[in-house]
Design a protein around this ligand. Structure first.
Ligand SMILES: Nc1ncnc2c1ncn2[C@@H]1O[C@H](COP(=O)(O)OP(=O)(O)OP(=O)(O)O)[C@@H](O)[C@H]1O
Ligand SMILES: [Mg+2]
Length: 392
């Protein structure tokens, strides 16, 4: 909301993550007719958040657990940062891969600090270093160390337990974080906070994160890319959220995305990402006739009135402006629908609907006028993929 923030959406994080490749990885459980994971090939980039979504039982958890070999693949190769780790000592491997499960998966008989310090302890860090690291991580996940470090998991809310789970997974600064429905068990508001927290942490740390979720909205919000899996962990589509929403590969993906696809696209797109119209502007206290002439010459039917620092005051139809006198007044319209460039198209639509206007003014740094966005522009971003001829 601050008008001093830069226009760069994300600071380029120093990537500390590792790339992960699954090559023809298969898991056959004893006594099962079909493989749970059937020759999956997956190329995960260093520093990205890859979301795995798909119907229950399609092999998401199995795929995830094969990355850190909590489950041994039946065949195939797993390559971490270019190194084949398929036959590396599994315990060794797991210390370099953080793992977060639903409800935090904390040890109930251990304090928060002991839970977080678990892996560093195994790595034989000295006590002082573990204590410092624990406090640092609790702060990172938004828990005041003095207040929480000596509590037991049962003395925490679900969301707090989840935070501790994330802190524990990050403890030894692993390049890879695997998360299996980490926010599944918390209420929607807490979930949203945890998601935002994770994005903040990720901006700072640049880990490679592979996360399983049931919640497609969560996948869209967090994922750099989303893999939609079907039975046997068959990859139906692997794409950015934008691509998935706009060009779903087939009906399976369309069903998965669900009805809200159009609105989800609006959540993904920021006002700064779409073409704005500049229209005709005029400063308060200048000549009405000049402004009207400029608007007519430009083919505009509206004039946006700005104050001395280019902040929008109100807008007028040409006729209204002409009727209002020789000099343009400096009155501000309290109800002028205005948005920052950082807003999403969904917020833009909301603002227009609330104001019953078919456009909204967009402001940039120091609330200065940037242009305006019309409802037509927003609508053009709502067209679902199947209309765009992606079917068949
Ligand atoms: N230990 C096991 N022994 C035998 N079969 C298993 C075992 N674990 C999982 N499976 C089977 O393998 C398939 C994939 O299971 P997995 O747990 O990977 O699915 P998932 O996509 O994570 O599902 P969910 O969304 O319900 O968590 C399922 O058919 C499941 O029944
Ligand atoms: Mg699962």
């Amino acid at each position: 909301m601050s008008d001093t923030e830069t226009t760069t959406a994300t600071a380029t994080p120093g990537t500390t993550g590792a790339s992960i490749q699954l090559q023809q990885v298969t898991k056959e459980y004893a006594g099962q007719a079909q493989p749970a994971v059937d020759h999956i090939d997956l190329d995960i980039k260093a520093g990205e958040i890859l979301m795995l979504v798909g119907p229950s039982g399609c092999g998401k958890t199995t795929t995830l657990k094969m990355i850190n070999r909590l489950i041994e693949p039946t065949s195939g190769r797993i390559v971490l940062d270019g190194e084949d780790v398929t036959n590396q000592d599994a315990d060794q491997l797991r210390r370099h891969i953080g793992y977060v499960i639903q409800a935090g998966g904390l040890f109930p008989h251990m304090t928060v600090a002991a839970n977080v310090g678990l892996v560093p302890g195994m790595l034989k860090w000295d006590k002082q270093r573990i204590a410092e690291r624990t406090d640092e991580l609790l702060e990172l996940v938004g828990l005041e160390p003095g207040q929480y470090r000596d509590r037991y998991p049962r003395e925490l809310s679900g969301g707090q337990q989840q935070r501790v789970g994330v802190a524990r997974a990050l403890a030894a600064d692993p390049p890879v974080l695997l998360m299996d429905e980490p926010f599944g068990a918390v209420d929607p508001i807490t979930r949203q906070r945890l998601q935002d927290e994770l994005l903040n942490i990720q901006e700072e740390l640049g880990k490679t994160i592979v996360m399983v979720t049931h919640d497609f909205d969560e996948a869209v919000k967090l994922g750099d890319r989303i893999a939609i899996l079907d039975v046997g962990a068959r990859i139906v589509q692997l794409d950015t959220p934008e691509e998935l929403l706009q060009n779903p590969a087939d009906d399976f993906v369309v069903d998965f995305i669900g009805k809200g696809a159009a609105l989800k696209t609006l959540d993904l797109t920021r006002v700064s990402d779409v073409p704005l119209r500049t229209g005709t502007t005029a400063r308060a206290s200048t000549s009405t006739a000049d402004a009207v002439a400029a608007a007519r010459a430009a083919g505009d039917t509206y004039v946006v009135v700005l104050d001395q620092r280019d902040r929008p005051l109100r807008w007028h139809r040409i006729e209204e402006l002409e009727a209002a006198g020789e000099t343009i007044g400096s009155r501000a319209d309290e109800d002028l629908p205005t948005l920052s460039r950082r807003s999403t198209l969904n917020e833009a639509l909301d603002t227009m609907l609330t104001a019953s206007q078919n456009g909204v003014i967009v402001t940039g740094r120091r609330d200065a006028y940037v242009g305006f966005l019309t409802i037509d522009t927003v609508m053009s971003f709502m067209s679902p993929g199947d209309e765009a001829g992606a079917g068949s």
